[in-house]
Design a protein. Structure first.
Length: 309
């Protein structure tokens, strides 16, 4: 069975589970990137009943916002329910409130802007192992809690056999370790099926084992419309300035300089709140914060996130 068909079969199984256990259609999460577009195409070809959800981060590029709107208009014409979740606080309000820029370790932005949606639902994401350095498979369902309790892992054969024979899922055991994981993480720990008890949601990752080149080959062969930013040299689609993008942020800010200014404005407000609370920092102004945040490591007394905490 090729990857397209195996992913479609997984979507069908997940959709069945969603209707049986949640009494609601499965939700296809959509961010506007290539992974989301392939995932959405697979959902359309599967023939299952589903809904689509986008979490508006307030830091997405204008082209991404327009691409999402265009896709949702097409889906709406097909009678598919689409929703866009809008947070109470924008990225620029969240930074001064947290009093620290979002970093690889302090990823409160993802938790607040993306992870709070779709409670009590079974959702599907486009995360893939190929997006990380490690690509080792560990199972198909994982129960994760933010309190670092025991993590329960179900192996692929066990869950398929249990579901096909009994039409239900059963837990097989625990590996005795705790884990904190964001739904947007792309690592070897991502599974085909996961359950997040803290947010009362289950997660299905139908394309988790697709390679990047396989994704682009599928997009080309099936003529899938993707975000126009890829034609402008972007290799990833997400929040402009996301720390997970590393040095690519310089390219993003060269294309969207206004976003750099919005971060600077947020850092300036953040610093004033820190100083008003009596905190002392090596940052003299918002530009120092920006250089530290971009990991330039040129400030006197450069501090790490651990030092700050």
């Amino acid at each position: 069975m090729d990857k397209e068909q195996s992913s479609i079969e997984l979507i069908k199984m997940a959709a069945d589970i969603s209707l049986r256990y949640y009494k609601k259609p499965i939700v296809c999460t959509y961010s506007g990137g290539k992974d989301s577009d392939v995932l959405l195409e697979l959902f359309l070809r599967s023939g299952v009943i589903f809904e689509v959800h986008n979490s508006h981060t307030t830091a997405d590029a204008p082209q991404t916002v327009y691409h999402i709107r265009e896709k949702f208009q097409q889906l709406d014409e097909k009678g598919i329910k689409c929703t866009i979740g809008k947070p109470k606080l924008s990225m620029w309000q969240l930074i001064p409130q947290k009093k620290i820029p979002p970093t690889r370790l302090a990823r409160y932005c993802c938790s607040y802007l993306k992870e709070t949606a779709c409670k009590n639902r079974l959702i599907s994401t486009g995360v893939r192992w190929d997006e990380s350095n490690a690509r080792r498979e560990r199972g198909v369902m994982e129960i994760v809690t933010i309190k670092k309790k025991d993590k329960i892992v179900l192996q692929r054969n066990d869950i398929y056999e249990g579901y096909n024979e009994n039409r239900q899922l059963s837990l097989l055991g625990t590996d005795g370790t705790g884990e904190i994981m964001l739904m947007s993480d792309n690592s070897e720990k991502r599974l085909l099926f996961e359950q997040c008890l803290s947010k009362e949601k289950s997660v299905c990752n139908p394309i988790v084992n697709w390679k990047t080149q396989e994704l682009w080959d599928y997009i080309e062969s099936e003529r899938i419309m993707v975000n126009p930013l890829y034609e402008r040299g972007f290799t990833r689609i997400g929040c402009i300035g996301c720390p997970m993008a590393g040095r690519n942020r310089y390219f993003e800010f060269s294309v969207f300089p206004k976003y750099k200014q919005m971060y600077l404005n947020a850092f300036k407000i953040m610093l004033h709140r820190l100083w008003e609370s009596g905190a002392k920092t090596v940052w003299r102004n918002e530009h120092d914060v920006f250089k530290w945040w971009m990991e330039e490591k040129i400030l006197d007394g450069q501090i790490s996130i651990e030092d700050f905490e």
